[in-house]
Design a protein around this ligand. Structure first.
Ligand SMILES: *Cc1c(COP(=O)(O)O)cnc(C)c1O
Length: 237
């Protein structure tokens, strides 16, 4: 049969599925940008590959995608050196909670770090950037819903953290990141993040996941972090 689709891989969506998913999500990013009167190239689609094997990431790379997200340092360090060697223009955004003692590996493996939320971590990252002479873009995570179990600096603590990061630590802070409470309308959280970023003259807004990236783009997101809609459900860890 001439045009038979490849059989799905036993471990999940086939190569074709990932390429098709990427094409669909890219089209939706473009449509959401257009509807908001924005240029689609203002928006970076981070394909969140946490929990998925390198073979899935390679399918996305082969489909032309270059920007990925991981949330665990150890997993990133296991998967990414080989991928980067094969695809030198791939970029990795670290989007997860980071322990201070993982700052060295995070700076070594990542091109951007999205979850800076406390001075001690910021200081450890600044030290490593100096030592390694590598400067991943930095995003400060804001706990916009003030959820006790969630990472992120509270909105009231943001001014002080931004000032310390910029002026004492000279961290390359480029934007803010948030994960709205799962059970609430995300729109007010996106609006708050945008307002906080504007107040500090920060141009980048990392917000929006599979369920809400369109709304995030309407609210000004420059970086959307989309996993499930591209790679399918994550295998149980
Ligand atoms: C896992 C994760 C995502 C992607 O979530 P999906 O719902 O699979 O799109 C985005 N941001 C962060 C911080 C994550 O940990």
């Amino acid at each position: 049969m001439a045009n038979a689709p490849p059989a799905p891989a036993a471990d999940g969506p086939s190569v074709v599925d990932i390429a098709a998913n990427l094409a669909r999500v890219r089209a939706e990013v473009q449509a959401a940008a257009r509807a908001a009167g924005r240029a689609a190239d203002e928006i970076t689609l981070i394909a969140v590959s946490k929990g998925h094997p390198a073979s899935r990431i390679e399918a996305a790379l082969a489909a032309g995608h270059r920007v990925f997200g991981e949330n665990r340092v150890q997993e990133a360090c296991e998967k990414w050196p080989a991928l980067r060697a094969a695809w030198p223009d791939a970029a990795l955004h670290f989007i997860g909670a980071l322990q201070t003692n993982k700052a060295r590996d995070a700076v070594a493996v990542a091109d951007a770090i999205h979850a800076i939320d406390r001075l001690k971590l910021a200081a450890a990252l600044a030290r490593e950037m100096e030592r390694q002479d590598r400067r991943p873009a930095c995003f400060i995570q804001v706990n916009t819903g003030a959820e006790p179990q969630k990472a992120g600096v509270l909105p009231a603590g943001l001014d002080a953290l931004v000032t310390e990061c910029r002026h004492a630590l000279m961290l390359p802070v480029s934007g803010l990141m948030c994960i709205p409470p799962a059970t609430e309308d995300p729109a007010p959280h996106f609006a708050l993040l945008r307002e906080l970023a504007a107040r500090h003259g920060l141009g980048h807004l990392s917000m929006g996941m599979s369920a809400d990236y369109r709304g995030a783009i309407a609210a000004g997101a420059t970086h959307v972090r989309v996993g499930t809609a591209i790679f399918g459900p994550r295998p149980a860890p």
